[in-house]
Design a protein around this ligand. Structure first.
Ligand code: ADP
Ligand code: ZN
Length: 562
């Protein structure tokens, strides 16, 4: 049934779809011709032979004559009548028996057969295949992940049970594709799953569970599953997934984190042992407008500033970097140090109220996150959520002229734009910026292409589902210390390079040389991790460094100290 549907779908795409339009127009032409002949038939029968036939009988006569069936039960008995019948027969042959089949064959059948003959899907991988990454389920997240795999020259295989998709992915996008059902043990064996490096399960939760169970009956290859409903995470783990990524919850948290200024502890993005990584919008803090040196954050709190986000660009700051109103600062430190920071940010007592536009799974996760702080918010959605009974929603179309004004957006300090449609998100970003020039706007981009447009529309921060998802997958694949950090940034471990032993962190010039920052040190004697070590800390041989940086910085580190 599925195969038949995918075959039929062929006729609804691309060129075939255009051809279908031609066919419909031709059908209309034939119908008009038949109706015109039927009218003429009745007219001639009455005027030439004095016989009266119904319109239905007229259509019946035209069809039997045009298809050259000619039962002979209704016939003309006069010369003009014979001539008319001959014309109808000949036009029937031309339009019905020659042009129509010819058109059907050349426009549909031939291209379809040609495609079948040309494309032979792969059903299994060569037996010696190993170290490959199997990807089940293609969407913007796995597409962005594949871009990263390609950049690193890693072998990946996309598995799909949809013939059309297999053809498209292979021929249009140049992916290596295997055609087959993800839950069929024979297909999995043919995919050399036992020798694979990783399996990414990105289908629906039940399908992912099924994949995990089938793979676990065959081998122990690590499986990363992306879960739609965080409550299914345990089930997936039980089924054998190594890692379960509750992406909707993570995205909700990212959006919520970046929409509010209150409470440094509310902004922890990820923690790694006692090391916490947090991001705080500069807006509303006493640091706004100061340079990093003037802000004296380390002196006051002990935290290290490890990065600055400004309209989607991540930079490693220097002392002269300006902490602009719209920037986000990324810190590394302990909980106690973050609490110390809270004293500063808390002083900017600005009554916060966040608007969340869209109460889908991600909007709901953002609301849940704010609930726990607690930070007040107002949710706006078209309709009640079918799955969430917890949150009160202001019902209305957020793009409507008065909905946001009436709901009180004037009082809001931040807005989270999180519908599943990027055009709507762009529109809502523009509207919110227009209604409220100073509001903090955090927007979600469902497709990578729209990130720039959302910034142009006035968003202060854009969270791209695809790049967050792809980064998490990549960090897990590369065994980074921290999987859930923001886009393009990861925490990674390296043994202290011999060249740096005995120097202080400042003398090592690690940051100016590589762009990486040391966020923590694991001393050689196994004693407690030293979080956010000050610049005068001396590096002793045998120490393990916990560093933070983007992929280029990490590569630079390995190149210099390899
Ligand atoms: P996800 O679960 O990924 O967050 P959903 O499609 O479930 O995505 O959520 C999008 C939500 O946004 C839906 O609840 C939808 O009703 C809501 N939404 C979309 N457009 C508008 C709009 N113009 N005004 C209000 N709510 C909207
Ligand atoms: Zn909810």
């Amino acid at each position: 049934m599925k195969t038949l549907a995918s075959e039929l779908a062929y006729f609804l795409r691309g060129r075939a779809r255009q051809n279908l339009k031609v066919l419909v127009l031709y059908g209309i032409f034939l119908l008009t011709l038949i109706l015109a002949y039927a009218t003429l038939f009745r007219f001639l029968m009455w005027n030439l032979e004095g016989r009266e036939y119904s319109f239905i009988a007229g259509i019946y006569w035209v069809i039997t004559v045009m298809t050259t069936l000619g039962f002979g039960d209704i016939t003309f008995q006069s010369d003009p009548g014979y001539i008319f019948a001959a014309i109808v027969t000949i036009s029937g042959m031309i339009f019905l028996l020659i042009i129509l089949p010819f058109g059907l064959i050349s426009l549909f059948l031939a291209p379809w057969i040609e495609q079948r003959l040309r494309y032979h899907p792969t059903y299994e991988l060569p037996p010696q295949t190993r170290g490959h990454i199997l990807i089940f389920g293609i969407d913007p997240i796995t597409r962005a992940f594949i871009q990263k795999l390609k950049a690193r020259d890693l072998l990946f295989v996309v598995v799909t049970a949809n013939y059309e998709q297999a053809l498209h992915l292979e021929e249009q996008e140049g992916f290596k594709v295997v055609y087959g059902s993800a839950t069929d043990a024979r297909v999995l064996t043919g995919l050399r799953v036992a020798a694979a490096r990783y399996v990414i399960a990105n289908l629906s939760d039940p399908e992912n569970t099924n994949i995990c169970l089938t793979i676990r009956s065959l081998c122990q290859t690590p499986i990363v599953a992306l879960v739609d409903d965080p409550e299914h995470a345990d089930l997936l783990r039980l089924a054998g997934a190594h890692q379960v990524i509750p992406l909707t919850r993570i995205l909700g948290r990212y959006l919520a984190t970046r929409s509010t200024t209150r409470g440094a502890l509310a902004h922890v993005l990820d923690s790694f042992g006692s090391l916490q990584i947090a991001e705080i919008p500069v807006h509303g803090t006493p640091f706004a407008g100061q340079t990093l040196k003037e802000a004296q954050i380390r002196q006051k709190t002990g935290l290290s500033v490890i990065g600055l986000w400004e309209r989607g660009t991540f930079t490693i700051p220097s002392g002269d970097s300006l902490l602009g109103e719209h920037a986000l600062v990324m810190f590394a430190g302990t909980r106690a140090q973050l609490s110390a920071l809270e004293k500063f940010t808390g002083e900017a007592a600005e009554d916060e109220l966040i608007f969340i536009l869209g109460h889908g799974r991600i909007g709901c996760a953002a609301a849940t996150f704010l609930d726990r702080r607690p930070i007040p918010y107002i949710l706006v959605d078209h309709h009640e959520s079918p799955t969430c009974q917890e949150h009160v929603v202001v019902l209305g179309d957020a793009t409507g002229r008065h909905t946001l004004k009436k709901a009180g957006i004037d009082r809001a300090s931040g807005v989270i734009v999180t519908t599943n449609d990027d055009s709507t998100n762009i529109f809502l970003t523009l509207t919110s910026r227009h209604l409220h020039p100073h509001i903090r706007i955090v927007a979600r981009a469902n497709n990578e292409e729209n990130v720039e447009q959302l910034y142009t529309a006035g968003a202060d921060f854009v969270v791209s589902n695809a790049s967050v998802g792809a980064n998490i997958l990549m960090n897990l694949l590369e065994h980074k210390a921290s999987a859930f950090l923001a886009e393009g940034v990861a925490v990674f471990r390296r043994p202290l390079p011999a060249a740096l032993a005995g120097k202080t962190i400042e003398q090592s010039r690690l940051r100016p040389l590589t762009g990486c920052s040391i966020v923590a040190l694991d001393p050689p004697d196994g004693s407690e991790t030293l979080v956010s070590p000050p610049p005068e800390t001396r590096l002793v041989s045998g120490t393990t460094l916990l560093l933070i940086g983007g992929p280029e910085q990490e590569a630079l580190f390995d190149q210099i100290y390899g």
